[in-house]
Design a protein around this ligand. Structure first.
Ligand SMILES: Cc1cc2nc3c(=O)[nH]c(=O)nc-3n(C[C@H](O)[C@H](O)[C@H](O)COP(=O)(O)O)c2cc1C
Length: 347
């Protein structure tokens, strides 16, 4: 049974790794993850705002409103509220490298082509094996075109590529008009991999306090479906390595991501919920499933149900939309969401 995979040029013992999160803040937890079989570990992100401090435009923007809404600044951590400051982040890379044999992947989060990007070089010098670039952005400016936002992302990637030799992966949001086009442009700009996807933490409205409150819910397996579709569409069409992030809670979820085209599968919520040792269970279950279904290697499974290879490509495309809507049978409106589409006839 060969679980090995190549992701952004890293030769990994298996595709499963803890994704960017606080799990790598603590050396003990990181060691437990390695012992449980993690093939690499991704550190939490170092944010542009942390590096640029008070000069960053978003901070100024938020602070502009602080006089009128005193709660506004509480959404945005002050520099002292980040778990690792830029210097301790670099120290943490060195300590993880000393403590672990698996690759350590650092993460930078930001979108301005400015001075904070020098940290890519410092991260490389501190010994990280690869770098994730998280380009989380919420477009609120009515004048910003999608082209200009994509251009900024590409510029940042290109700038980082010119600065470091490290394997580079870009963590994207799902909200692009033409993700396949952006994906191929990111590859041209120099990324080795794409991570699908960022989770957008949707703030809720608190009707008691008449306020908007930030939320951090752990995911569940339903979030995987969005990833499966886009992994399947990009697999084989974009030469970048692909990683799934979001909604992997069981070995079956990981298998689906691999079959859709993932070279690597990142897991956060499930490990936060069940602890580092749960990774061992996932890897054992992955092996059992492969044995039971006569797969000899992860490479053999990868992309077997991508858009290019699956027997019913329409299921990933527009055809699925029409079919699903037309498959709804019966039920009064009061039956609501518990009513399921009737099974397909097979015709
Ligand atoms: C507590 C917590 C902290 C996270 N911190 C980061 C981060 O610093 N950078 C990042 O790119 N993603 C971060 N994420 C997002 C995860 O890496 C991952 O993309 C997301 O949780 C979806 O995966 P999951 O369904 O396995 O949780 C964080 C998630 C959680 C729950």
């Amino acid at each position: 049974m060969n679980l090995s995979t190549t992701y952004i040029g890293l030769e990994l013992a298996n595709p499963l790794m803890p994704g960017a999160s606080p799990m790598a803040d603590d050396l003990g937890t990181a060691r437990q993850l390695e012992d449980a079989g993690a093939s690499a570990i991704v550190m939490r992100s170092l944010f542009e705002e942390q590096i640029e401090g008070e000069q960053y435009a978003s901070v100024q923007h938020i602070e502009m409103y602080a006089d009128s809404f005193s709660e506004a600044t509480s959404f945005f951590p002050g520099t002292g509220q980040f778990a690792l400051n830029p210097d301790s982040y670099l120290d943490q890379i060195r300590q993880l490298k000393d403590a672990l044999a698996i690759p350590v992947i650092a993460s930078l989060n930001g979108l301005s082509p400015t001075g904070w990007l020098r940290y890519a070089k410092l991260i490389e010098q501190a010994g990280a094996n690869a770098l994730e670039l998280n380009v989380y952005h919420v477009a609120t400016d009515t004048r910003a075109t999608s082209v200009s936002i994509e251009r900024r992302i590409l510029d940042v990637v290109q700038q980082v590529r010119e600065t470091v030799k490290l394997p580079l992966a870009v963590k994207l949001s799902p909200f692009f008009t033409s993700l396949p086009h952006l994906a191929t442009q990111l590859r041209v700009a120099g990324t080795d991999g794409l991570i699908l996807f960022n989770r957008f933490y949707q703030p809720d409205i608190d009707l008691e306090l008449l306020n908007v409150s930030p939320q951090l819910h752990l995911s569940d397996s339903t979030e995987l479906l969005l990833r499966l579709r886009w992994l399947a569409i990009l697999s084989g069409r974009c030469s970048a390595s692909l990683a799934a992030s979001g909604g992997v809670h069981t070995a079956q979820d990981a298998i689906k991501a691999i079959m859709a085209g993932a070279h690597a599968v990142q897991i956060v919520s499930a490990l936060l919920r069940h602890g580092p040792a749960y990774l061992k269970v996932l890897i054992a279950d992955l092996k059992h499933w492969m044995e039971d279904n006569a797969y000899e290697s992860v490479r053999q499974m990868r992309g077997s149900l991508s858009l290019a290879n699956c027997p019913d490509p329409a299921a990933f495309e527009r055809g699925n939309y029409m079919r699903v809507l037309h498959s709804w049978h019966g039920g009064s409106p009061s039956d609501g969401p518990t009513q399921h589409p009737a099974p397909e006839s097979g015709s």
